[in-house]
Design a protein. Sequence first.
Length: 202
Amino acid sequence: MRIFTNWHTPAQAESGLREHLPEATVDRVMDAVGFARAWHGAQVRPTGAPYLEHLLEALEVLVAGAGVTDPDVLTAAVLHDVVEDTDCTTAQVAERFGVRVAGLVGWVTIPPAGPGEDKLAVKQASLRRLASAPHDAVLVKLADRVSNVQTLRKLTPDKQRSYYAQTVEFIVPLAEAEPWFATWYQDWSSAHADLAAPPDRR
């Protein structure tokens, strides 16, 4: 199972991008990196890593792994959490990067739970909705989840099991139509198959 954790900083990401993509695409994606960095600020992931590292990992997955070259898809991957996890709006994304990018970000954005709604149920409904998402939005989500689960063992045992189950139920089926992602998730599932078994309570 290949791990994508080489692009920790914008400089490393830019260097990697230039190995695979034309200058105009690199410039556009790096503009999105700067935009995301400004909005996410000092946010950190559950592992304690800077939030930007997750966004760059998703970008690395698409470029260095899946071989995606579409500037809008790559831009959306960098921005995929900016509406969900900051005060940035879809309109601001559309104004800066275009309607198509904003639409892709919208597909992978989990809406906030409303009054009386269960947060987990809202998230699962959002994940279930991806079954009808356009191809490019699915690519963004698959890359996002690769970043999240490639270092799954760093989470607590309970979170490992719940995240494994969620990924197998909602994400792995999406990957089946994408050969590179299908292979990656198959390898990942095999490497974490122990998480499918109930925990030993002895």
